[in-house]
Design a binder for this molecule. Structure first.
Ligand code: C2O
Ligand code: CU
Ligand code: CU
Length: 476
């Protein structure tokens, strides 16, 4: 009698949680699917200042700006008094900011001190396969590798992260991600905030599941394979609920969604801010906004005028206070430039361009693009170097109601249509990742100037590893 009762109770509990998962799948907006963040029960909020990674200028040797990056394990105090095992570049978590100049020869010496292989991918860089750090570029444990490249593209906030086959998701989750500040003459001459840590701040947003003891392990349940590893503690630059001191005037936030799978809606609780940059560079003009949505892999640079804020205000991420903004006694810039940079106009005559269709799909069995899972041994198509093409990307996961951020390596593209309409102003600049909510169709204009084989994939890292990726050859 007793036994039966227990079974009924257990069965009841299982049914409820399963139904809840299904309800989340069906009713989410497609933006912040299925994500709940832990209340900061064992973390005091807004007690720690924002971590500011060190900015490296490298050393110029024979005309080549040279940097050293060491990938290693470390210990990081997400929760006071609890030391979590993490991975980092040149430190326990995340990485330094590499300060690069457009057109300059750059060399990165990478040392892998992990017990597993890794690669370093320069996300957003217009780079050829031999230096792009994807899959077959593995750096074995306790070995070194140097890569040399030139970034000949507009000033932008790019980022770097691991990309070894089937290990990207776990290595990013454990902490590997760093920023590249690529500057050019235009970005340096603009009258916008650029004093690091004073009015110009890096903001890497992530979420990670930590146990009470601060343990961080990467594993995926069946549902996490489908939805991606999402939820847990929300953090900025590896710090849960940090604060920053800001001047009276303009501040610039260079925001990167570095999470494995979570989309973020970023706002100031109804107040205006101004987007000035997207993935691959500054926009032509600042765009006034109340909400910025960033999918995994995407970047957005914004200006905030602190004169409209209270002495203590908050940056909200998915309706949660995520960063405390504390005004200090200093004064910063006050006027927002009307124009930023020139971005090529999109020609009206695109009818004769080759169009390719990419349909992204999640099923409970796996992920595909055009119904094919990624196969490292196969090319999905070939493109002609320099030729402009239109790629029509469709999110075919209507049943699953999941967003998919589509990312390409080795190029920056332009979004020309979102669901049959001109895209919003903040999506009209250079992009390397574009989000598609369930049922969306997006058209991009793209052209390759690099060499070799390049990949494209969903930037939900669990989807990428589960097959939502493809590759093609660029022909001269
Ligand atoms: Cu952040 Cu394959 O990319
Ligand atoms: Cu990339
Ligand atoms: Cu996806």
């Amino acid at each position: 009698m007793k036994k039966i009762l227990i079974e009924v109770v257990i069965f009841g509990a299982l049914t409820t949680s399963h139904n809840q998962i299904l309800a989340n799948m069906n009713h989410s907006s497609g933006h912040n699917h299925n994500t709940t963040f832990n209340q900061a029960t064992f973390v005091k909020e807004f007690q720690k200042s924002l971590l500011l990674p060190s900015i490296l200028n490298g050393e110029v040797q024979n005309g080549v700006r040279t940097f050293d990056l060491t990938v290693a394990k470390g210990k990081w105090e997400f929760i006071d008094g609890k030391f979590t095992e993490t991975y980092g570049y040149n430190g326990p978590i995340l990485g330094p900011i590499l300060s690069l100049k457009k057109g300059e020869k750059t060399k990165i010496n990478i040392t892998n001190n992990l017990a597993e292989e890794t690669t370093v991918h320069w996300h957003g860089g217009i780079l050829s396969q031999n230096v792009d750090g994807v899959h077959n570029a593995n750096i074995q444990p306790n070995t070194k590798k140097s890569v040399e490249f030139i970034l000949n593209q507009p000033a932008a906030t790019l980022w770097f992260h691991p990309h070894p086959m089937h290990k990207t998701a776990s290595q990013v989750y454990k902490g590997l991600a760093g920023l590249i500040y690529l500057e050019d003459e235009q970005s340096q001459n603009l009258n916008i905030p650029k004093t690091y840590g004073v009015d110009d701040f890096p903001i890497i947003i992530q979420d990670k599941k930590l146990t009470k003891d601060g343990e961080l392990t990467y594993s995926t349940t069946h549902m996490e394979k489908i939805h991606g590893k999402s939820g847990g503690h929300l953090m900025i630059n590896g710090v849960i609920s940090p604060y920053i001191d800001i001047p009276n005037g303009l501040i610039r936030l260079r925001i990167v969604n570095g999470s494995n799978a979570t989309n973020y809606d970023i706002d100031l609780n109804g107040k205006d801010f101004y987007q000035i940059g997207s993935d691959g560079g500054l926009l032509s003009n600042p765009v006034t906004m109340k909400n910025l949505s960033l999918a995994p892999g995407e970047r957005g640079e914004i200006l905030i005028d602190s004169n409209i804020l209270n002495k203590k205000s908050y940056l909200y991420i998915n309706q949660k206070k995520a960063l405390e903004l504390r005004k200090n006694e200093k004064f910063g810039l006050t006027s927002i430039p009307k124009a930023l940079v020139e971005i090529p106009k999109i020609s009206k005559n695109l009818e004769n361009l080759k169009t390719r269709v990419f349909t992204l799909k999640t099923t409970s069995k796996g992920n595909t693009i055009n119904n094919i899972p990624y196969n490292m041994e196969k090319l999905n198509f070939e493109v002609q170097k320099g030729a402009q093409e239109i790629w029509e990307i469709k999110n075919g996961s209507k049943m699953m109601d999941m967003p998919h951020p589509f990312h390409v390596h080795g190029a920056q593209f332009r979004v020309i249509e979102r669901n049959g309409k001109t895209p919003p102003l903040n999506e009209q600049g250079w992009k390397d990742t574009v989000n598609l909510n369930a049922g969306d169709t997006v058209k991009i204009l793209i052209s390759y100037t690099t060499d070799g084989i390049t990949v494209y994939h969903c930037h939900i890292l669990e989807h990428e590893e589960g097959g939502m990726m493809g590759q093609f050859q660029i022909n001269n």
